[in-house]
Ligand binder design. Sequence first.
Ligand code: XMP
Length: 515
Amino acid sequence: MGNQLVLVLDFGGQYKELIARRVRECNVLSQIKPGDLPLEEIRALDPIGIILTGGPDSVYRDGAPHCNPALFELGIPVLGICYGIQLMAYSLGGTVTPCAVSEYGRTPMIAEPTAPLFTGLASEQIGLMSHTDQISTLPHGFVSIAHTDHCPNAAIWNAEKRLFGTQFHPEVENTPNGTQMIHNFLYLVCGAQGDYNMRDVEQRLLEQIRSQVGKEHVVLGLSGGVDSSVCAALLAKAIPGQLHAIFVDGLMRKNEGDAVEAAFQNRELDFIRVDAADRFLSKLAGITDPEQKRKIIGTEFVRIFEDEAKVLKQRYGKISFLAQGTIYPDVIESGANNSANIKSHHNVGGLPKDMEFTGLVEPLRGLFKDEVRALGRQLKLPKALINRQPFPGPGVAVRIIGELTKEKLEILREADAIFREEVKKYRGRKPDQYFAVLTDTKSVGVVGDFRAYSNVVALRAIYTTDFMTGVYVPFPHSFLSRVATRIVNEVKIGSGVSRVVYDITGKPPATIEWE
Ligand code: XMP
């Protein structure tokens, strides 16, 4: 028996993942699918409910994304959020027009507690609004169940057809009771039984892995990051004795290779450490384009796995499977599901077409990061490993702007190690991710009585919960200047470092990594 499923139909809204995660936090499986998913496919998936996401468009504009209006006649409860509520109203004969007063941010509203969406909640609520259009006439059969000062239809309901809409975003933290509203929709309207939990997920994944690989041995690309580590632990449990975890060293931070090796000693898997620094350096010589760097690194990783697999094959017979710790956001960010391809995350976008492995084992590709961590805890991986800050697959190569050289690698590693050391001592709230970047700019500095023309290092530190958005860490100036002084004074490789800058750009508009 599969889990009950809620479909999240995507109309281009930035919060689609958040919606899917909230549903899962309520113990109901969710999947994100394109907004124009054909009705037959929806029927085949047999969801207990459908949520329509927000989106940047106006429903009345030519070319705006639409859904088949028959979606609302399937008898499946639907919750439309922001663009989703407008699409629902517009598709069913209501009218949507520009707001006289647009609403942005936390907005007080009066909700109708007798409506299932607001059961158990007070009538005074706060909702995060972000809209320039709104429903001006309701479609037949709908009533308003919440309003703000400027929005008469902040939430709507068609009781007979079990259709709901909210102009505000219940999925974000700025709607304080939003999760309760989603919970109400799932349990009071869709008939959710709460059958999605990590214990069952683990069991299901173990069975899937066993039936996919049978008695074959599997090669896993282990980076030492959370995803590939959890993947390794899961595979080791599913197919003990059949897993060969290949740790490709060469683009890690200072001392990181040894730390990863230590973490995987005495575990039930075959840990193979390959020092590939020279291999990467020669393949990346002269390459400056970030996407090309990622692709080359991705390809080289697979070539290394293939080389190792050839050796393993002689002992263990055919090895056709490559396992990797791809997770759901990687799949979404790499252009699946119609999202824009922001960066090729090498473990998804960059696999070479002529790869010798014929099968991929990616047991985590349906899970969000917090779920992967929960699974890791369940599999008794050490805390330090599970809570480790994320590290990009292409390693420090994407933190060295432009061409990669041995000298630049060393400069970056030293500067980054100093920053890490200082952050460790820092008493304030620690960043969720932080690192040094070696820019491709040189700048003039004064060393003793001499002018030096040397490297500029940038520091990046981010607060984020989902790594999809984030804000820079407002470190005290005293802290930043200590780090800067240490880096300029202590990094002595090549021409050293003459200047340190701090990146204060949020995501969006910038990404977290520089390349
Ligand atoms: P961006 O730079 O896109 O990064 O804001 C979001 C998060 O993803 C990590 N990242 C990567 N992880 N392969 C990975 O496995 C990659 O190519 C890659 N690029 C970025 C990044 O460190 C941040 O946590």
